[in-house]
Design a protein around this ligand. Structure first.
Ligand code: PMV
Length: 332
């Protein structure tokens, strides 16, 4: 019997310029570029134990053994790694996150980043981080970004069919600016439509998908330029536009991630701006509203979001480090 163990920690990330839509070929390549911030407050720790005596992969998330789709997605990543490394052992995966899974709080981003790094480390592979990012991307494109610290870009996949490596990379370090992301948690329920299904339906059916594909790279370029010169207002305005345009393309075909609480939180952000506090909202494939602000305004933003009925929790996040290998006993 051969046993090989590794563990890793990854923080989640929130896209400020959004990825929504995949290239129409195999391999999970995004159709739009994205720019994210890796966040300290949302963390996943994962341990992977390859064991030649196991008959199948096992996956425990937050203390509960998983079957069906969640386990299959973990198995797919492990199989890709088994093929790449010539290993045939199954693995036991134990993972825990400090925030609700599958509710648009980017649990797949930190989850697949931690899984990819823990599995590569368990097998003792000498892979560059870009290769680990590519492995994570094939399971969840947003996970490719969680390998890196601070502001991170994941380019769109090439238009022509490819099987090449596509990884994220850091564009600005953690301390480039002192901005915060305040997460207004709007309930703990799992999302009704997963992001893959939501974006695939949008790309197939939405009359506004072409407009989104046209706009997204321009907003992305605007965000990148504003970040380089630390122009918060310009950066924030493009952040909010990217989220609203992405959701507009999905809402047009009835893929609606927003709840009444989402709208009330958005309105609170607008009121803050009207009274002189620069704050800008972004929303992913779930009802939660994430608000970008300067560090000096974080308290007032937290207070206003806490006052929105239906907001169950407010989390203030700062820029974080990328994923890293940790001692196996640090996974609860
Ligand atoms: O990579 P996924 O399946 O977690 O999809 C991410 C989609 C968004 O969160 C809405 C946008 C993004 O770039 O993270």
């Amino acid at each position: 019997m051969t046993v090989r163990v590794g563990a890793a920690l990854a923080h989640s990330n929130i896209a400020l310029s959004k990825y929504w839509g995949k290239r129409p070929y195999e391999g999970n390549y995004p159709a739009t570029p994205s720019l994210s911030l890796t966040l300290d407050a949302l963390t996943t720790r994962t341990r992977v134990r390859f064991d030649s005596s196991l008959r199948a992969d096992q996956f425990t998330l937050n203390g509960e053994e998983q079957a069906d789709a969640p386990r299959a997605r973990v198995s797919e990543l492990l199989t890709r790694l088994r093929v790449a490394s010539g290993t045939d052992a199954f693995a036991e995966v134990v993972s825990s996150s400090d925030f609700p899974a599958a509710a648009g709080l980017a649990s797949s981003a930190s989850g697949f980043a931690a899984l990819a790094l823990a599995a590569v480390s368990a097998l003792g592979l000498d892979w560059e981080i870009a290769r680990v990012s590519d492995l994570a991307r094939r399971s969840s494109a947003s996970a490719a970004r969680s390998l890196y610290a601070g502001f991170v870009e994941l380019p769109a996949g090439p238009e022509e069919v490819t099987r090449d490596l596509l990884s994220a990379y850091a564009v600005a370090p953690r301390d480039h600016v002192d901005w915060r992301l305040v997460v207004a948690v709007a309930g703990d329920g799992s999302k009704a439509v997963g992001s893959t299904r939501g974006m695939n339906e949008t790309s197939r059916e939405s009359p506004y998908y072409a407009a989104w594909l046209d706009l997204a790279p321009r907003l992305h370029a605007e965000l990148t330029a504003a970040l380089a010169v630390r122009d918060f207002e310009r950066f924030g305005a493009a952040t909010e536009q990217s989220a609203l345009a992405m959701h507009a393309s999905a809402i047009a075909i009835g893929v609606v991630y927003w709840s009444g609480v989402t709208l009330d939180a958005l309105s609170a952000v607008r009121k803050l701006r009207a009274t002189g506090t620069l704050a800008f909202a972004t929303i992913d494939a779930g009802p939660h509203v994430k608000v970008l602000c300067r560090a000096a305004d974080a308290n007032v933003v937290c207070t206003h979001l806490t006052a929105v009925p239906g907001v169950t929790r407010v989390i203030e996040a700062r820029a974080a480090e990328g994923a890293r290998v940790i001692p196996t006993e640090e996974v609860p």
